[in-house]
Design a protein around this ligand. Structure first.
Ligand code: PLP
Length: 367
């Protein structure tokens, strides 16, 4: 068998290759490549899929987060609460506005621990950013109640949670803005960079639309200092194809996850826990192991690649050394960084490949 990689983007492409190729050709031949009909259609369709009133495409997920923060008037002097164990982009979306990220420990589902948010609220706290990490939602009823009680804005980083729901409600629709990435490896992936912000608030959507296009609503008239962050026509058209198959793609991930959950049986390995009422879309299948590095090495020797999401928590990265947060101050976050391991999980992973991964994991002996 060939090496089993952590991800194979060519597999989902080949499932629908004729549709993707037709969409790309349609745009190439149209003579219109930025801010046109393809984008308008995708924004409408993606908003409908999420059950949101508005959607604005952006150049990538980081910009989606930054633009949402800007549209909600988050700025220097403000604090934004975010979980400690996230991809660095969540934190950069906050700090690019000049605001200060404040970290909260995760719960046993790898999501922000709702019971530890209030202790971090100060007079400067302006918002809570929830990251639905790995494809499972956070405990949204508690978090929404906290935000309401303290008058805080709620931003959702949905870069890993396309289609994930909590008690039947889609991720991204709980607060002021839901921010998505369409980076190729995401559950709804483009063939290049892409992102979007969804919201139910007309004014928030207007500000995001303006800010993504140089702060301009009318061409060459600029009301604010914005950025250039647009989802181009080719990506919008290709995303439209993927979106039309997203339910089948998610169902396929779920059935692979169910196999892992049922068949991985090794006391050295901790499997992901499922929150009641939360619908997991398995952007990643993340296990934990005390001897994580040894397990990764063992799998590599057997021809199985794995990856760590993420080895350096943002508060310990060089980029955020200026916050002065010491090692040991977020023990749960730091323990996860030392023990998590993402195993192969993607559309088109074959049964034989999965058999092999499961067999290798079950024959791993710690010590
Ligand atoms: C991928 C990702 C982002 C950023 O998306 P880009 O499109 O790469 O900028 C933000 N947050 C999380 C949790 C992500 O996984």
């Amino acid at each position: 068998m060939d090496r089993i990689m952590t991800n194979r983007l060519d597999r989902a492409y080949s499932m629908y290759h004729a549709e993707f190729e037709n969409a790309a050709l349609r745009v190439l031949r149209s003579g219109w490549y930025i801010m046109g009909r393809e984008l308008e259609k995708f924004e409408k369709d993606f908003a409908a899929f999420c059950g949101a009133s508005y959607c604005t495409g952006t150049g990538n997920g980081l910009d989606a987060l930054y633009l949402a923060c800007r549209a909600l008037d988050i700025k220097e002097g403000d604090e934004v609460i975010v979980q400690g164990n996230t991809f660095i982009a969540s934190v950069m979306g906050i700090s690019m506005t000049g605001a200060t990220p404040v970290f909260v420990e995760p719960d046993e589902y790898y999501q922000i621990d709702a019971d530890r948010i209030e202790e971090k609220i100060t007079e400067k706290t302006k918002a809570v950013m929830v990251v639905h990490l790995y494809g499972q939602t956070a405990e949204m009823d508690k978090i929404c109640a906290i935000c309401e009680k303290h008058g805080l804005k709620l931003i959702e980083d949905c870069a890993q949670s396309h289609g994930a729901a909590y008690k039947g409600k889609m991720s991204g629709t709980f607060g002021s803005a839901g921010c998505f990435s369409f980076y190729p490896s995401k559950n709804l992936g483009a063939f290049g960079d892409g992102g979007a912000v969804i919201t139910n608030d007309k004014e928030t959507d207007r500000r995001i639309r303006m800010l993504r296009n140089y702060g301009s609503e009318k061409r060459y008239y600029n009301d604010e200092v914005g950025i250039n962050s647009r989802l181009d026509e080719i990506q919008a058209a290709l995303l439209g194809v993927r979106l039309s198959h997203i339910r089948a793609l998610t169902a396929e991930r779920k059935s692979k996850a169910e196999r892992y959950l049922k068949e991985i049986d090794n006391p050295a390995i901790i499997l992901p826990k499922l929150r009641k009422g939360s619908e997991h879309v398995y952007h990643q299948f993340v296990i934990r192991c005390k001897s994580r590095d040894k397990l990764a090495e063992y799998l590599k020797e057997k021809g199985i690649d794995t990856i760590v999401h993420y080895p350096v928590p943002p508060h310990l990265s060089k980029a955020y050394a200026y916050l002065g947060i010491k090692k040991g101050s977020l023990p749960v976050t730091e323990e996860y960084a030392d023990t998590v391991l993402s195993i192969p999980m993607y559309n088109g992973l074959t049964d034989e490949e999965q058999d092999y991964v499961i067999g290798a994991l079950n024959s791993y002996a710690e010590g």
